[in-house]
Design a protein. Sequence first.
Length: 362
Amino acid sequence: MNEEFLGALSEIVKEKGISAESLLETIDEAIIAAYKKNYSNAGVAAQNVKVKREPKTGEVKVFAQKLVVEEVFDDITEISLEDAKAINPIFQLDDIAEIEVTPKDFGRVAAQLAKQMVIQRIKESERNIIYNEFAEKEFDIMTGTVIRKDKGNVFVNLGRIEAILGPNEQMAGESYVFNEKLKLYIVEVKKTSKGASVLCSRTHPGLVKRLFELEVPEIYEGVVEIKSISREAGSRTKIAVHSNDEAVDAMGACVGPKGVRVQNIVNELKNEKIDIIKWSKTPEEYISNALSPAKVINVIIDEENKSAKVIVDDSQLSLAIGKEGQNVRLAAKLTGWKIDIKSKSKAESEKIDEENALEDNE
């Protein structure tokens, strides 16, 4: 290895971010493998070979390590005390003597094999570096650029890797135009034989959570806490928030001055509606808030079945249920309670029927 070769290694270390020590270890392994394959005798498997490298010139020499013994039974792994002292008088019995065994034409063969192993190690190291980098981004968001579509999948450039946005992770109504920049939630990072595989999402509730953390300093700092999120991607999201500081309005912090914070998130999600509601440890209040924008008259809790009967004014019934039941469905998912909504008139009618039935039984 001459200075030019060492210079090339330095460039690889800088460009690829690979450890210089790791590369030099690989080269040493390659040199040892080349020696054992091409220059050793049949007993090479038992031979301990060591490589030494001249730091300034890069010149490599190979040494066989042999045990110093009184009588030699295996000349591959042993050397007599007499022969060892002929090399260096300081050797004693049971020392390990290093005897140079570098062949004259060894450089060309070693360099060829070293090159192959270095290329392989560079590929492996790059794959590991990229995997570790993106494994840290799992359950976080990144900005990616759409590069192509194939068989229902959208492929997104995240810088050092292509991520996959599967059909189930794509928002309804989004076209994913070439070169379009998107915020993506990293769902999973897997290590495969071909390197890291990154799966991302535009539909995951975690995307909304991370977007709020980016836009709302109070959430990032822990003053305002996101308690729960329910989402039907591309259509509507409900998010329950709570302030850990009485002086801070959780809902106001999320909306932002003139609504700018929440509007930035709505824009990123292509006009998906977002309901920000106040979390409460009291189930009746929490469920009532979760059905926003509908106004609730009464909430009757069944703790045993974790269900709630909600009474609303007749004029609020359709709003409480929502289009195709979306509002009540999201509220139930947000709170974790089964919700049965009734209009005031129907609830009163059922109450009268129950009273009449009791009178008849009497």
